[in-house]
Design a protein around this ligand. Structure first.
Ligand SMILES: [Zn+2]
Length: 196
């Protein structure tokens, strides 16, 4: 887990302890419940039956575990404007950490997918990557701004345009293709079901 912590701080470009959320103790529990994983406070819960389902081949189960863990750990360490940030942005940012960590090895949402920028998970993650392409380190910068509160004005401050306009330009770049049915290819575990 210290390795995952390090990755998360690298991805968020939080180089000093003062920039990071202070988490004295982080517990991880594996127990029986429906779904995949969730966090409550600084506790992460991972479903034993979900791990069991993805046990074969064994390597897949390890990948599944580490990607769920880093997604949930990202929730623990990310800033979310005292829960004022849109839930979809929080989920998209956690997925962003998961993708940037290079731990995730399955099929993933395609760029340009989705109907709304704050749909969450892969849709928002791909949009954040697009915003990174407009401004290096955008996602890390946005995360830092959300330390105390969230405001739509952060998008204008960082990229000079409202988020809705950025989303329209992003969609136009990918031809506004309806890709809603293609988020997850067969065999990929549904990252969208990872719970907050
Ligand atoms: Zn989540």
């Amino acid at each position: 887990m210290p390795t995952l912590n390090k990755k998360i701080f690298e991805i968020f470009e939080e180089n000093t302890p003062a920039e990071r959320r202070s988490v004295p103790v982080l517990n991880v529990y594996i127990s029986e419940f429906k779904g995949y994983a969730y966090k409550n406070g600084d506790n992460i819960n991972i479903s034993a039956s979900a791990l069991d389902t993805y046990y074969h081949p064994r390597e897949r189960s390890k990948t599944f575990f580490s990607t769920m863990l880093i997604h949930e750990m990202a929730h623990v360490f990310q800033w979310h404007g005292n829960f004022g940030a849109p839930g979809g942005l929080t989920e998209g940012t956690a997925d962003y950490v998961m993708i940037k960590s290079n731990l995730y090895k399955d099929a993933y949402t395609k760029p340009g997918a989705g109907k709304k920028w704050d749909e969450g998970y892969g849709v928002t993650e791909r949009f954040l990557e697009y915003c990174d392409s407009l401004l290096k380190g955008f996602t890390a910068k946005l995360n830092k701004k959300m330390r105390d509160k969230y405001s739509d004005s952060y998008w204008v401050e960082l990229l000079g345009k409202p988020v809705d306009q950025l989303w329209r330009e992003y969609k136009a770049k990918y031809g506004n293709q309806p890709q809603e049915e293609e988020y997850y290819s067969i065999g990929a575990y549904p990252a969208a079901d990872l719970e907050y």
